[in-house]
Design a protein around this ligand. Structure first.
Ligand SMILES: *[C@@H]1O[C@H](CO)[C@@H](O)[C@H](O)[C@H]1NC(C)=O
Ligand SMILES: *[C@@H]1O[C@H](CO)[C@@H](O)[C@H](O)[C@H]1NC(C)=O
Ligand SMILES: *[C@@H]1O[C@H](CO)[C@@H](O)[C@H](O)[C@H]1NC(C)=O
Ligand SMILES: *[C@@H]1O[C@H](CO)[C@@H](O)[C@H](O)[C@H]1NC(C)=O
Ligand SMILES: *[C@@H]1O[C@H](CO)[C@@H](O)[C@H](O)[C@H]1NC(C)=O
Length: 488
């Protein structure tokens, strides 16, 4: 376990677990996310073995190792179940750099363990959030297109609960409610809109319109909405059709005619919500590989797509180059023989969901199951976010990867799980070397306020109190009023 006893930072800080800054954290496999206002994220992850302990801070490690030759008069304090948390000191400058070090070390500890000086690294950037996107999502919430209405098969969350979770996980942006809502809505049947309107894009063709970046395979979209047949989610269901801004349809021609009228609007809606969803996913705390050594995904997760639509979910599928009108469908066998062969890297066009057990994945599988292995040497699942805290169903274990995430195909096996034939594909996320850690944090759009210029020293007293700005409390009051209005 560990706790912060000294902090030197000019920004307001929060932990996404919602607990006080100075609270005790950690334990084997536990990763905690510190949010630095206007700057970025720091993930501190604890891992233990018999004679060592590592604190990983955004990929930089603090290793405590048992000295070989210690032969003192006292038994060494155990790292496994010490009642005393390590004392940590954190420094953050204005350019997104941090130093994390162990301080106030008793001499018995230095006698028994080699203790590293400090870990230095960079914060992970805050997501980019556009004011216009948040405003649009708000309009869709007011008009009850978000979240999915009248969910029949999950316990749901209230608007107040979603607001509270937004404040906890995304305190660095005034759009924390919109982010929380985009994530919540993804966990409902709205996900069909957010998936179908991405996978049927010809991503190899530029449309010239920024808001609707690529042309769509309209025919396939219509067919797949028409063939929806899961639980109550059919084209005859008013709530399901509402997610596509349409009325219930009793014929394919009627559905096609309706879709022609609204297709650009739904496409725009899906792009905007996907952007906020990804921003929310990027902001959620990470999961350690020590706690979840593998993740699983049943595919295709929309049954009517069939395995022939699996390949088109990736940018590498040559059909993405069109021409417009060519059907986005590619047999799994052909895909596995070419751009999805072992050793190839694929890039997802949509948000992908994983879970933590093969059994659960098989529940969603329609012929394919994915086994996600961690990148070697990584201590965190950096490219997936655990989103269950915002789910409409707390028993649905869900990890998501953003569009644009790359995976290397490691193995392909045609096998059977619990008597069901499946194609089992082993994958590993490919870390983007020029990715998040190298880019500058996005200021401006997400940078709402700075507590004080100049560096203020925040000494945390034993009650865990951290000096913090007042502006935020004002905002909170305004938000609370809104809550009350919304909840009436
Ligand atoms: C943390 O600091 C306190 C007070 O200085 C000290 O008693 C304790 O042993 C330290 N804990 C560890 C694990 O170093
Ligand atoms: C981290 O420590 C080094 C040297 O100990 C120092 O030069 C640097 O300014 C520190 N960085 C931060 C973010 O405080
Ligand atoms: C929808 O699924 C049910 C069984 O789950 C089946 O009986 C029905 O025929 C299906 N409807 C269509 C239109 O495919
Ligand atoms: C679709 O059918 C409904 C009646 O079921 C009708 O009111 C509506 O005008 C039709 N829409 C189109 C675009 O044909
Ligand atoms: C997408 O929606 C935004 C927000 O309503 C709007 O400003 C923009 O014009 C729309 N773009 C298209 C291409 O429909």
């Amino acid at each position: 376990m560990w706790h912060l006893v000294r902090i030197l930072a000019a920004s307001q800080l929060w932990f996404s677990d919602g607990n006080p800054i100075a609270a005790q954290r950690g334990g084997h496999g536990v990763s905690s996310r510190l949010i630095v206002d206007g700057q970025g994220f720091l993930d501190v992850t604890e891992m233990r073995s018999l004679d060592s302990m590592v604190l990983d801070a955004n990929g930089e490690a603090l290793w405590l190792k048992r000295r070989e030759r210690y032969s003192g008069r006292f038994a060494c304090p155990s790292l496994q179940n010490s009642p005393y948390p390590l004392n940590l000191s954190l420094q953050i400058d204005d350019a997104g750099n941090f130093n994390l070090s162990i301080v106030d070390i008793p001499s018995i500890m230095t006698a028994c363990y080699s203790i590293p000086k400090q870990a230095s690294g960079r914060l992970k950037p805050l997501p980019e959030i556009f004011v216009e996107d948040a405003a649009f999502i708000n309009k869709m919430i007011e008009q009850k297109f978000i979240p999915y209405q009248n969910i029949p098969d999950a316990p749901l969350k209230t608007i107040q609960e979603i607001r509270a979770l937004g404040r906890q996980y995304f305190p660095f942006t005034p759009y924390n409610f919109e982010l929380a809502m985009a994530l919540y809505d993804w966990t409902t049947a709205s996900f069909a809109r957010m998936v179908l309107f991405r996978i049927f894009q010809y991503t190899g063709i530029d449309s010239g319109v920024a808001a609707l970046p690529h042309p769509l395979d309209r025919e396939s979209l219509a067919v797949n909405i028409w063939q929806s047949n899961f639980s109550v989610y059919t084209p005859q269901d008013a709530d399901y059709m509402r997610t596509f801004l349409m009325q219930p349809a009793h014929s394919f021609d009627n559905l096609t005619a309706q879709l022609e009228e609204v297709i650009d609007q739904v496409y725009n809606f899906s792009e905007i919500e996907n952007r906020l969803l990804v921003a929310a996913m990027q902001s959620m705390p990470r999961t350690s590989i020590a706690s979840k050594p593998r993740l699983f995904s049943g595919q295709v997760d929309i049954e009517q797509l069939g395995t022939g639509r699996f390949g088109i979910e990736f940018e590498e599928c040559p059909l993405n180059k069109g021409p417009v009108g060519v059907e986005l469908a590619h047999s799994l066998t052909d895909a596995l023989d070419s751009y999805m062969a072992v050793g190839k890297t694929i890039t997802t066009k949509m948000v992908w969901s994983f879970t933590d057990s093969m059994k659960e994945a098989m529940h969603y599988s329609n012929g394919i199951v994915l086994v996600l292995n961690p990148p070697s040497g990584a201590s965190l699942w950096d490219s997936v976010s655990f989103i269950t805290p915002l789910s409409d169903d707390p028993s649905k274990i869900e990890y998501t990867a953003a569009p644009g995430t790359k995976f290397e195909i490691q193995s392909v096996q045609h096998t059977a799980v619990s008597g069901k034939p499946v194609t089992m594909i082993g994958l590993e996320p490919v870390l983007d070397r020029d990715g998040p850690l190298k880019t500058q944090p996005v200021l401006g759009s997400t940078h709402q306020q700075r507590l004080s210029e100049g560096v203020v020293k925040q000494i945390i007293d034993s009650h865990g109190f951290v000096q913090s700005g007042r502006g935020r409390y004002k905002r909170k009051h305004r938000r609370q009023e809104e809550d009350e209005r919304m909840d009436e």
